[in-house]
Design a protein around this ligand. Structure first.
Ligand code: PLP
Length: 395
């Protein structure tokens, strides 16, 4: 009897359709190959090569020693939320109430998850600008939402094209998910474009999800946030965190700032699914905000040096490359090699042991490009560019 039941009932059939349907991250798949090649230079990693500045780590260690190892308030430590509110006011001129309008999360990843869960009903559409961060479409699909792709193109410097954006809005559109400066293209948004997107959001009653995780890493320009556009605080979920700016990816700390009708719902989901962000990381983040601006400036100066070098080298070897406006990626065009981005990446890896990410993993408009991160040492970048030059010449 029991054996026949074993044969009859397949527990795998119990998996959720939405979870089964999403593909594994293209980046992860690619890096499973890379991890088996120890002498490979990786331009594939999407995280700072710097270790967390010591003063921040020390504060985390002290927090452990002092027994600050308990749950915090669901929203996060009030001191941290107050500092975040102070930063938002000073950078963007927008006041957030730390008691009600800020929730500290486990990175922007979790912030985005609770934001999307707060607004998506099955079948709702969320507009994303592709190529974009790999999690966006997958997270929307997991919630039985529909990601609607608006392409951005190299020829338009990967800027958001508002005409195409307008055409993508339907009665089912709930939100527009923006990331600026962008992973993988490095493109950002200026005030005029933000205003156009804001007008669209107002006209069609849309929410803006504004992933500004690279906002502190901009080159020769000032970052402008959607929340600074008049009327937009009321319908924007601002997402940011410490992973990139303070080299704190493993601490898993970020935050959302939004009006109360949104934070109330996000907080409920956060309470039930996470309780709170890691306490130790929250103490460390207080130090990061209060005392680490020099560390951030030091890292940014180094990224600037690398950005100028790598973009120039790609153009010199005949692979057209925009100078990114922010973040730590270049996204050169490899069409002249007549290889697909996937073939290019695989053959480069085999021939020269340099890992780059095929642009297609960031969405179809990324095909024909590769993403190279310059969050690695200048020595690595210099050597990788020699190898890429040799590889391109060999084709
Ligand atoms: N958003 C973008 C655009 C990213 O590139 C990344 C990480 O690469 C994340 C969010 C995830 O950030 P966090 O470490 O804060 O979860």
């Amino acid at each position: 009897m029991k054996l026949s039941l074993v044969q009859k009932h397949n527990p795998e059939s119990l998996l959720a359709e939405s979870a089964k349907a999403i593909p594994p991250s293209g980046i992860r798949q690619f890096f499973d190959i890379v991890s088996s090649m120890p002498d490979c230079i990786s331009l594939g990693v999407g995280e700072p090569d710097f270790i967390t500045p010591w003063r921040i780590s020390d504060t985390g260690i002290l927090a452990i020693k002092d027994g600050c190892t308990h749950y915090t308030s669901n929203r996060g430590l009030l001191e941290l939320r107050s500092l975040i509110a102070r930063e938002l006011a000073s950078y963007h001129g927008v006041e957030y109430d730390p008691d009600t309008e800020i929730v500290v999360t486990m990175g922007v990843s979790q912030g985005l998850d609770i934001a999307l869960r707060s607004i998506i009903n099955p079948g709702d559409e969320v507009i994303i600008i592709e190529p974009c961060y790999v999690s966006y479409a997958a997270t929307i699909r997991l919630l039985n939402g529909i990601p609607v792709n608006v392409p951005a193109h190299f020829e338009e410097e990967f800027r958001v094209n508002c005409t195409r954006l307008k055409m993508a809005v339907t009665p089912k559109t709930k939100a527009i998910l923006l990331n600026y400066p962008a992973n993988p293209t490095g493109a950002s948004l200026n005030r005029e474009t933000l205003q156009e997107i804001a007008d669209l959001a107002l006209e069609h009653n849309l929410i803006i999800l504004s992933d500004e995780i690279y906002s502190s890493l901009v080159y020769g320009r000032k970052h402008v946030s959607m929340v600074s556009i008049p009327g937009m605080k009321e319908r924007t979920v601002y997402l940011n965190g410490f992973s990139k700016s303070h080299a704190m990816t493993g601490w898993r700390l970020g935050y959302v700032a939004a009006p109360v009708y949104l934070t109330d719902v996000m907080l409920k989901i956060h309470q039930y699914t996470a309780l709170c962000a890691p306490s130790i990381s929250q103490y460390a983040a207080i130090e990061a905000i209060e005392k680490s601006s020099k560390d951030v400036a030091r890292m940014n100066a180094e990224y600037t040096r690398r950005r100028n070098f790598i973009a120039k080298r790609f153009n010199e070897i005949g692979l057209p490359c925009l100078y990114p406006e922010g973040a730590f990626y270049v996204f050169p065009k490899i069409a002249s090699t007549w290889l697909t981005d996937e073939d290019f990446a695989l053959r480069l890896l085999k021939a020269e042991k340099v890992a780059v990410v095929p642009g297609g993993v960031f969405g179809a408009p990324g095909e024909g490009h590769i993403r190279c991160s310059f969050a690695t040492s200048m020595d690595n970048i210099t050597e990788a560019m020699k190898r890429i030059e040799r590889f391109v010449a060999s084709l």
